[in-house]
Design a binder for this molecule. Structure first.
Ligand code: PEP
Ligand code: MN
Length: 349
């Protein structure tokens, strides 16, 4: 439910409305728009009729709107402006620029990561990816370097100025991961780990929530609601392909989910063609397509020697392939941007 305050409502009115909402044991999420203040009401749906009636009697309240669709905090009904995650130093996700996150699947050694970070930076990406806690399908595969990997990532950040994204797998690692990372990645396998999502929701850190490998769009957005419902609204979504019957690719990259989710939600959506395809030679074409459908960013795996990678070598780009991909997607996003702004011009005249 949202309460829209009248144009002339002042600070005192806003505080009064918040008090009434809290008295009924609901939480509030005020949004200061350019013209009006909107107060988002969070809590148990069953008790909202009484509160709605109370709010409607207040003279400073213009209207009270029940949000009936399953998505509440993620939806455009709740927030009419697109979410832009500002990581500082002019690195933004969800703004007018396509944001690129690149790096190895796993942090394997200091030498490997620092070398890859230089490559990532040279190619123009702003965010370095690298797993330190790895969710491997087999318990016998490389499981990641743990905190040592996080330290190497933060050394790479110091040396290059790149921001960092790394996966968090367990509640018990929240403190250590948050100490080093700029963005927490929640992997496909944990998309429906609701206790983990709720704990992440209590933090102030940006979170990138990957789509589960068998998750519907609804399940994915509801997982984002779990995080946002606890107060953390810095959520980024990531399409990384879903499991279908084909064996030729690791997953089936669902490109249509990107504009679809953008229709439903104000949250930025990143595309991951590396896990989406599992094959390096398909990564660039699918990255181009993701830029063309309007993804807010792209995450790709890059490795100086994919043949020796400890995880996901077959889907990792060699440096020269990464450089050419960057040039190609930059051209596409530029074209798209001018196309979008000319469309806007036509709409407004
Ligand atoms: C990864 O990004 O390395 C990863 C494990 O991805 P996903 O959770 O999408 O499988
Ligand atoms: Mn990987």
């Amino acid at each position: 439910m949202i309460a829209v305050l009248k144009r002339n409502a002042g600070q005192e009115d806003k505080e009064k409305v918040i008090r009434v909402i809290k008295e009924e044991n609901f939480d509030v999420h005020p949004i200061q728009g350019v013209e009006k203040t909107i107060i988002g009401v969070l809590g148990n749906q069953n008790n909202r009729t009484k509160l709605k009636e109370k709010l409607m009697t207040m003279s400073c309240v213009e209207k009270v709107v029940l949000i009936l669709d399953p998505y509440k905090l993620t939806s455009w009904n709740f927030k009419q402006e697109k979410t832009v995650i500002d990581l500082g130093d002019d690195v933004k996700i969800g703004g007018s620029e396509l944001t690129i996150m690149a790096g190895p699947c796993s942090v394997e050694s200091r030498e490997q990561l620092l070398k890859t970070a230089e490559i990532v930076k040279t190619g123009g990406a702003k965010i370095l990816r690298g797993g330190a806690f790895k969710p491997r399908t087999s318990p016998y595969s490389f499981q990641g370097l743990g905190e040592e990997g996080l330290k190497i990532l933060s050394e790479a950040r110091e040396k290059t100025g790149l921001k960092i994204i790394t996966e968090l797998m367990d509640i018990e690692h929240i403190d250590v991961v948050c100490q080093y990372t700029d963005i927490i990645q929640i992997g496909a396998r944990n998309m429906q780990n609701y206790s983990l999502l709720k704990e992440i929701g209590k933090l102030n850190k940006p979170v990138m929530l990957k789509r589960g490998m068998a998750a519907t769009i609804k399940e994915w957005l509801l997982a984002a609601e779990y995080i946002m419902n606890e107060g953390n609204h810095n959520v980024i979504l990531c399409e990384r392909g879903v499991r279908t019957f084909g064996e030729e690719t690791r997953n089936t990259m669902d490109l249509s989910s990107i504009p679809l989710v953008q229709q439903l939600s104000h949250l930025p959506v990143i595309a991951d063609p590396s896990h989406g395809t599992g094959r390096w030679e398909l990564v660039t074409p699918v990255a181009r397509a993701a830029a063309a459908v309007g993804a807010d960013g792209i995450m790709v795996e890059v490795h100086p020697e994919p043949e020796n990678a400890l995880s996901d070598g077959p889907q990792s780009l060699k440096p020269e392939k990464y450089y050419s991909m960057m040039v190609e997607i930059a051209a596409i996003s530029k074209t798209l941007y001018s196309f979008e702004s000319s469309e806007k011009k036509i709409a407004y005249v």
